[in-house]
Design a protein around this ligand. Structure first.
Ligand code: S3P
Length: 259
């Protein structure tokens, strides 16, 4: 065997060790998940993630391949998060609720914590149509927009483990709710009209509130929609006065209990 062949052999053995280490790491991730579930501990512990990162940085300080190794770790962590997400939710998480209830904020956080793909319905529709939501309403009317929502929800049947952040009106159509439930659990986020108003008062991209952006109007519209929202929901979470982390923890607990 010449040197080159020997190096190649060493490299292959090194890869075998990496595979074994990754397999071991992933099975530890599963054990941690099972432990947290068994003892009712919070699933999301962002502080722990930071602690581990600091430890890694310390270990890598001065390492000639620091950047390359850190790059690999980013992927390892991302995949650990995916494993956790798959373990917890074998379905899509569909967030519904009034404008300003926190659907976008919660979906962003879930995507950070679990590396889950997010489908922000308004954004996807707006990108496909090449115009803003207010422009779609003004050009084609609300019915057209609602049809686009139905179509997108139907497309989501082909996906799993995705967070779908719905527009505030998406759960009002019966056929939409049927689509959501085919392979998803529906989470209704709620907030008081006062909280909603505080969150949306400066918004210019919500045609439904055009010229009516006040607590009275929001209260009336919420009341009109309430029954349909509640009928669609598998779980309901009040968001008033809670942190994003608290809301996500509650979401995980309720979804996993519900399963
Ligand atoms: C709507 C809510 C909006 C958007 C559209 C209509 C509604 O989404 O889909 O303006 O009817 O409640 P957000 O809830 O994300 O603001």
């Amino acid at each position: 065997m010449n040197d080159l062949e020997m190096y190649r052999e060493q490299l292959a053995m090194c890869d075998d060790r990496i595979i074994d280490a990754l397999e071991e790491r992933n099975s530890i991730i599963e054990k941690i998940m099972a432990y947290k579930e068994r003892y009712g501990l919070t699933i999301l512990q962002p502080g722990q993630e930071e602690k581990q990162e600091r430890r890694r940085q310390e270990r890598l300080k001065g390492n000639q391949y620091q950047r390359e190794i850190e790059d690999v770790f980013l992927r390892i962590i991302k995949n650990s998060k995916r494993i956790q997400a798959r373990h917890l939710f074998d379905y899509n998480i569909v967030l519904i609720g009034f404008m300003g209830a926190g659907k976008t904020t919660i979906s962003d956080y879930l995507s950070t914590m679990f590396a889950m793909e997010v489908v922000e319905m308004d954004q996807v529709i707006s990108e496909r149509e090449g115009m803003s939501i207010p422009d779609i309403f003004a050009t084609y009317g609300e019915e057209y927009f609602r049809n686009k929502e139905t179509q997108l929800l139907m497309e989501m049947q082909g996906h799993k483990n995705v967070v779908i952040s719905c527009g505030g009106g998406a759960a009002l159509r019966k056929e939409n709710v049927a689509e959501m439930k085919k392979n998803g659990r529906v989470v209704l986020l709620t907030a008081s009209p006062e909280t909603i108003y505080e969150r949306v008062k400066d918004s210019t991209d919500r045609p439904v509130l055009n010229g009516n952006n006040n607590v009275g109007y929001i209260t009336d519209l919420m009341e009109k929609r309430r029954e349909k929202y509640e009928a669609a929901a598998d779980v309901v979470i009040r968001t008033d006065g809670k942190t994003v982390l608290q809301i996500c923890e509650e979401l995980i607990t309720k979804l996993t209990e519900e399963a």
